[in-house]
Design a protein. Structure first.
Length: 382
C-alpha cells in the first residue's frame, strides 16, 4: 500500500555519546583494532575501525564514531528500508520500533530505547509520493518541464537524469547547504518505481515486488482505484533534506531529538518543506499569447537572452551586458549602449514574457499542467 500525497520520513541520521551504547566487542570490524602487515610480518598500519556499512546486505545502517568537542559521538544512519515490506509507510511513531529493533539486531551495538529517542537528529530526508493521473502525464515530461522552469543561476546546482534506469531532476547538494537553508535546500524529483527496480533491486525483489500492486490510499486514507499504479513513468517521488535543528527553525518547527521528530504532525501544512525550495528554484508555467502586447522583436530579444542564460548558467538579467558589448563594443557609444540596456531590461520586466512557455496548448496538455500545479510539483502563479 502506497500513501499518496502524504509527507513521510524516509531516512535520517542520529547521534549521541558513544558512552551511551554498548559496543559489541565480538564484532569482526567495528571499533576493532585492525593491523596491516607486509609479507615479512612487519606492521605497516594499525588503526581502529570507526565506521561500518554492510554494502553486501540487502539492508544495512551506517555507523560512524567521530570526535566532537572532545567527546566521542556515534552517528547512526537508517532509512525506511529497515521497515522492509512497510517501506512506503515511512518512519513514524508506529514504525520506529521496527527501526530500533533492526539497529540492535544488526549486531554492532546495543542501545536503549531512551537513548535512541533522546539522540539528536540531522540530515532528515522527507518524501511524498504522487501518482500522475492525467492522460498526457509522465515523469519524463515532469523532468523536462521542471528543467525548463528552473531559474538560471550560477549559484544553483541542478542536474537531470533521463535514462531507462535513472529518471529524475534535482536542485542543490545535500552536503553543500551550509547555513543557506532557504536558498540551497536539497530537492529531488524522481521515478520511484525505476529507482527501486534498477538501483535497489535486491530490496525490491525481496520485500516489495509481491505486495506492491495492491492498493493506493490518498491523504484522507481513501483507496484510489488503479489496475497498475506501480508504473515506471507515473509514480513520482519528491524528496528534500532538512539538515538540522536550525533548518527546522526556518519552518517554525522545534526539532532537536528523534522524539521531537516523531511528534511532528506531517499533515498537508507540512508540505511547505517541499513547496519553499520548489518555489525558490522554479518559476511558474505560462503560455505566452500573441495578443498580450508583445511584438516580434520583444519575443526574439527575450528568447535570445533566455538561451544565453541557459548556456552560461546565469540569470536572464545577467546576459544584458553580453548583448550590449556584442552590439556596441565601442564604449564611447554610451547613448546607444544605454538605450539597448534599458530596452532589454524593459523586455524582461514585461508581465508575461518572464514566464516560461511550451509548444503544447491542447486540453489534454492543459489537464497535465493543471494536475502538477495542483499537486505543488511546479509553482502556480495564479
Amino acid at each position: 500500500m502506497i500513501p499518496l500525497g502524504k509527507p513521510k520520513i524516509d531516512s535520517l541520521r542520529i547521534h549521541l555519546p558513544l558512552s551511551e551504547v554498548i559496543v559489541n566487542p565480538e564484532h569482526n570490524s567495528f571499533m576493532r583494532s585492525l593491523t596491516t602487515t607486509n609479507d615479512d610480518g612487519e606492521v605497516l598500519n594499525e588503526h581502529v575501525k570507526t565506521t561500518y556499512f554492510n554494502s553486501d546486505a540487502v539492508i544495512s545502517c551506517s555507523y560512524a564514531v567521530r570526535n566532537q568537542f572532545g567527546e566521542q559521538r556515534l552517528f547512526i544512519g537508517f532509512s525506511s528500508k529497515t521497515l522492509k515490506s512497510r517501506y512506503f509507510n515511512g518512519i513514524d511513531r508506529k514504525t520506529i520500533h521496527q527501526c530500533f529493533q533492526f539497529i540492535n539486531n544488526e549486531g554492532l551495538i546495543t542501545i536503549s530505547k531512551e537513548s535512541f529517542l533522546a539522540a539528536l537528529v540531522v540530515d532528515v530526508d522527507f518524501c511524498v509520493d504522487y501518482y500522475l493521473d492525467s492522460a498526457d502525464a509522465s515523469i519524463k515530461e515532469v523532468v523536462r518541464i521542471c528543467n525548463e522552469l528552473t531559474i538560471p543561476s550560477k549559484k544553483l546546482n541542478v542536474g537531470t537524469k533521463r535514462e531507462n534506469n535513472n529518471l529524475g531532476i534535482w536542485w542543490g547538494k545535500r552536503d553543500k547547504v551550509g547555513n543557506a537553508y532557504k536558498s540551497k535546500q536539497f530537492l529531488k524529483y524522481y521515478a520511484k518505481a525505476i529507482e527501486l527496480k534498477y538501483n535497489s533491486t535486491a530490496f525490491y525483489e525481496t520485500y516489495l515486488k509481491d505486495n506492491l500492486n495492491s492498493d493506493l490510499i490518498d491523504l484522507n486514507g481513501d483507496k484510489v482505484p488503479h489496475k497498475n499504479f506501480f508504473e515506471d513513468d507515473r509514480l513520482l517521488r519528491v524528496e528534500t533534506t532538512i539538515k538540522d535543528s536550525r533548518h527546522f527553525d526556518t519552518y517554525g518547527y522545534k526539532v532537536k531529538t528523534l522524539k521531537d521528530l516523531l511528534t511532528l504532525n506531517l499533515n498537508p501544512k507540512f508540505l511547505q518543506v517541499f513547496i519553499r525550495p520548489m518555489s525558490t528554484y522554479m518559476t511558474g508555467y505560462r503560455i505566452i499569447k500573441h495578443t498580450e502586447g508583445m511584438t516580434s522583436l520583444d519575443k526574439w530579444q527575450y528568447y535570445a537572452m533566455l538561451k544565453q542564460a541557459k548556456i552560461t548558467n546565469v540569470n536572464v538579467e545577467e546576459t544584458i551586458p553580453y548583448y550590449v558589448n556584442t552590439f556596441y563594443p565601442d564604449i564611447k557609444k554610451s547613448s546607444s549602449r544605454s538605450n539597448l540596456r534599458t530596452r532589454l531590461y524593459s523586455v524582461i520586466q514585461m508581465n508575461q514574457v518572464v514566464k516560461k512557455t511550451h509548444k503544447h496548448n491542447t486540453q489534454v496538455w492543459d489537464d497535465f499542467i493543471t494536475e502538477i500545479e495542483a499537486k505543488k510539483i511546479i509553482p502556480n502563479n495564479d
